[in-house]
Design a binder for this molecule. Structure first.
Ligand SMILES: Cc1cc2nc3c(=O)[nH]c(=O)nc-3n(C[C@H](O)[C@H](O)[C@H](O)COP(=O)(O)OP(=O)(O)OC[C@H]3O[C@@H](n4cnc5c(N)ncnc54)[C@H](O)[C@@H]3O)c2cc1C
Length: 650
């Protein structure tokens, strides 16, 4: 079939993108003729009437218009043509750079301690607040459907700190309600479980199979009886060659000590220095298809595959091969936070239909009540924010979006310290404001470019916090009949463009209702982690980031349609008919980098961590963001926001 014919079959000619791209803006324009960056807001200060970024579809996350100024700064090209900044004359008690969870938490804590009349300004380069905590909103048949464009849930491998828990509670979120807002049995009661998609490019044939454990959650034998019968059936139905089937069965159900003759300490030292892929092909003697089978398992947490994840971490993550190795149930030195699970952390979980965007919205409502109606953590779910009210002169706290901070510098001593001048670029113009205190809650890798006076060791530490690229795609489907016919609600697809996809979690909060039956529209969440297997983690992240910036929306759309058609075609899925809207949340600068025993010697052998140097207070400037803890969870963002606020208040 010609490329054009396949495109038509996939529905690339359907007008969903154009129609939905304009969804958030009340203007009648043909998107093909208008560069996307014009759509969110015309150049200048004013937010266009009705501008509502959560409903924008197409390429979101790091959207066009959000990153160009920062990239010019990085390339040393910005100041050559920037012109002279205009002083706004605005003075604040606190200026926060970055309106993600960290910056918002910092602003909230500062205001609480300093009083409601404290003047606070938050600046962010995106057209929406929340940073990685991003809301995606769809509408189908008059009904609102929500998705999370980034941060998924209140959860963390380590227990939430008392301060972070107190903030969550203060915002009205009762995590103990989780089991009452989620219908945990909806999919399983209909026979749906996790699936595995073998693709022909990686495994020789396209085939979707149910994963044979009781929950389908893990490749570990969590239900021994089921695993005993289920895995042989699964493997027999798979397109894997005989040697790979035999190897996988041994790995999944056997109890072999693959490092005999070593005591536990020596085993752990070896496992911490060897990738899981090397463990599989080395001591465990597995063929390459077994590596391909597990390659993407750590993607959702590490942003890289098993070639760059230590074998000791794989043990912590519950990957198979360690049952016979006599490892005690305690973490070893050098393990990544993600592979150390604390039992107390398990009960502290809550997911809003838009993920942690609800937390960001609760914080913004507390700071700027006029911008978001309502009073509870239930009504926040369906509340429509008024973006034109975020930055009003009459409000003591203001959120100024589409504003990339390009310079932060101490000025003359004044009162209790040195004031800080903050310069930002908005709508092609440079403006300055002054803050008695400044909190940099933005990505640490940006800071050396905007804060020239920092000491060299701090700049180096900040620059080392290069983020992990990741994509969260939300696809609005007309219904989920194909999933039901195939008996899957979640599919792991290691060879796919997205390495996994799943039906949205059935969560109802306040007036929001989840998709009850297979005939209802639903949001499918897809995850892609661009990386370059075989290279050190940071190099993989750099390559993935470049790849993301170079991939256009049409390429995403074609791959999304193709992947869903191939995996779900057997259930009657028709991408041209069933796909109603697509939002690609591209995060070239995604998770905070977490240290890894394969690549960060200090992490395994001891010594100061770069994030401690990076977050050292500098005059009137403090440093927040999840990067300050090298910990990619919302609680780190909150904890470091609160610490920075305490510094600013002291
Ligand atoms: C896809 C994804 C899924 C995640 N899922 C979870 C989860 O389920 N649970 C969990 O606990 N954590 C999760 N996390 C991590 C967690 O969401 C983050 O740690 C947290 O939201 C980070 O908040 P932050 O404020 O530190 O940073 P950010 O959210 O990144 O906010 C910083 C803001 O600063 C802005 N900024 C940067 N430079 C400038 C500049 N020069 N001028 C102005 N603004 C600037 C950025 O654009 C951004 O908007 C996830 C992260 C990602 C990316």
């Amino acid at each position: 079939m010609s490329a054009g014919g396949r495109d038509r079959e996939l529905g690339m000619d359907r007008d969903i993108t154009r129609r939905d791209f304009l969804n958030g803006v009340a203007v009648a324009l043909t998107s093909a003729l208008v560069p996307p960056r014009w759509l969110p807001a015309a150049d200048g200060d004013a937010v266009p009437p009705g501008f509502y970024p959560p409903a924008l579809t197409g390429m979101r996350g790091s959207h066009e218009g959000a990153y160009e100024v920062a990239h010019l700064l990085r390339d040393g090209a910005f100041w050559k043509t920037a012109g002279t900044p205009a002083a706004t004359g605005e003075r604040y008690d606190l200026v926060v750079v970055g309106a993600g969870l960290s910056g918002l938490s910092a602003a909230h804590a500062f205001r609480k301690a300093a009083g409601p009349s404290a003047r606070i300004l938050l600046l962010d380069n995106h057209d929406d607040f929340g940073g990685h905590a991003k809301r995606n909103e769809f509408s189908e048949s008059g009904r609102m459907l929500l998705g999370y464009g980034g941060s998924f849930a209140i959860e963390s491998p380590a227990p939430y700190s008392a301060d972070a828990q107190a903030l969550v509670k203060e915002l009205g979120v009762d995590v103990a309600r989780w089991s009452s807002v989620m219908d945990a049995k909806l999919y399983s009661s209909q026979g749906l479980r996790a699936g595995f998609f073998f693709d022909k490019e990686t495994f020789g044939a396209d085939r979707l199979l149910q994963i044979p454990t009781s929950t389908g959650d893990s490749e570990g034998a969590d239900d021994e009886a089921e695993a005993k019968d289920g895995w042989p059936r699964f493997l027999a139905a798979s397109p894997l060659p005989d040697a790979a089937r035999a190897g996988l069965l041994k790995l999944l159900t056997g109890r072999v000590d693959y490092l005999p003759g070593l005591d536990e300490t020596a085993k752990r030292a070896r496992l911490a220095r060897m990738s899981y892929a090397d463990f599989l092909t080395g001591p465990a003697g597995m063929p390459r298809e077994v590596v391909a089978f597990f390659q993407c398992r750590p993607h959702p947490l590490y942003g890289v595959g098993i070639d760059a994840v230590p074998a000791q971490d794989a043990w912590g993550l519950g990957l198979p091969g360690f049952a016979g190795m006599n490892l005690s149930d305690r973490p070893g030195p050098g393990m990544n936070y993600d592979s150390i699970r604390h039992k107390e952390a398990d009960d502290y979980f809550f997911h809003f239909p838009d993920g942690n965007a609800s937390l960001a919205r609760l914080l913004v409502r507390a700071l700027v009540p006029a911008a978001i109606p309502g009073t509870t953590a239930d009504d926040i779910v369906t509340a429509r924010a008024d973006y034109s009210r975020l930055d009003e002169a009459a409000s003591p706290a203001r959120v100024r979006l589409r504003s990339t901070v390009v310079r932060v510098a101490h000025g003359a001593p004044r009162g209790d310290g040195r004031e800080v001048e903050v310069t930002y670029s908005r709508g092609g113009k440079l403006e300055t404001v002054t803050g008695r205190r400044v909190i940099l809650a933005c990505w640490h890798a940006v800071i050396p470019y905007i804060c020239a006076d920092l000491p060299p060791d701090q700049k180096e530490a900040l620059a080392s916090a290069a983020k992990v690229p990741i994509v969260y795609t939300n696809v609005l489907l007309k219904d989920w009949r194909a999933f039901q016919r195939l008996g899957v609600h979640r599919v792991h697809a290691p060879g796919g463009f997205h390495s996994s996809f799943n039906l949205d979690l059935p969560v109802s909060i306040g007036a929001y209702r989840f998709s009850r039956g297979p005939d209802d529209p639903i949001v499918v969440h897809m995850m892609r982690t661009p990386c370059l297997p075989g290279h050190p983690a940071r190099d993989q992240h750099r390559a993935g980031r470049m790849q993301l910036f170079a991939t256009d929306f049409a390429t995403f759309e074609r791959n999304i349609r193709d992947q869903l058609a191939r995996a779900l075609g057997g259930g009657g899925f028709d991408p041209a008919r069933d796909v109603r809207a697509i939002t690609v949340n591209r995060w070239p600068h995604g998770y905070a980098y977490q240290y890894n025993s394969l690549f960060d010697r200090f992490w395994l052998e001891g010594g100061p961590t770069p994030c401690e140097t990076a977050r050292r207070r500098f005059g009137s400037i403090s440093f927040a963001n999840a990067d300050a803890g090298a910990y990619s969870y919302a609680d780190a963002a909150i904890d470091h926001g609160l610490r920075a606020a305490r510094e600013a208040l002291s």
